[in-house]
Design a protein around this ligand. Structure first.
Ligand code: FES
Length: 171
């Protein structure tokens, strides 16, 4: 059932709505578009505000609770904006054994944020990640679409600068 109309300013722009609607013919059901729709919103806003849920539900003819179920299943989606670049430092076993925790700690000190936080300039959100499939290159980090391999504490100044550069390129 579509969500009731709201008088609040919409969160979804016409461009976001168009992107979501373009997915509909490509999936067997509208409900199957829920996850792509969340990614569309996240890509534009670097978060998925709660106010977006009834709007997505309306497009997909779902109950808002159905959209929320999908949203809350994934820790990926945040209610307030992340940095322009999200950096996941792997903390799974191979990386942990090769100094991943120390790299994360050093990067955290360098950026001035704890894991889960965003730098004051809004450029980088530092996060824990689970196995990135790069165990042969541990400790590893995924930042946006870029992979950092065989990291070390000695490299964190350079890595922090590269992350900020990546953020600048992101707009
Ligand atoms: S354990 Fe870190 S990439 Fe696999």
């Amino acid at each position: 059932m579509p969500a009731p109309p709201t008088t609040a300013t919409p969160v979804l722009t016409p461009a976001m709505r168009a992107e979501i609607e373009a997915f509909i013919p490509r999936y067997p059901t509208k409900q199957a578009v829920t996850l792509p729709a969340l990614h569309v919103v996240n890509e534009h806003l670097r978060c998925v505000p709660m106010e977006a849920i009834p709007e997505i539900a309306s497009i997909l003819e779902l109950a808002p609770a159905q959209v929320y179920d999908t949203l809350s299943f994934y820790g990926f989606f945040k209610p307030s904006p992340c940095g322009k670049v999200r950096a996941w430092v792997c903390r799974s076993i191979s990386c942990a054994l090769r100094g991943g925790e120390e790299v994360l700690s050093a990067l955290s000190d360098k950026l001035g944020v704890k894991a889960g936080q965003t730098t004051a300039d809004g450029k980088v959100t530092l996060e824990f990640g689970e196995c990135l499939g790069l165990c042969d290159f541990s400790p590893a980090m995924l930042a946006g679409t870029k992979v950092y391999k065989n990291m070390s504490v000695e490299q964190v100044d350079e890595v922090a600068a590269l992350l900020k550069e990546q953020a600048d390129q992101h707009g």
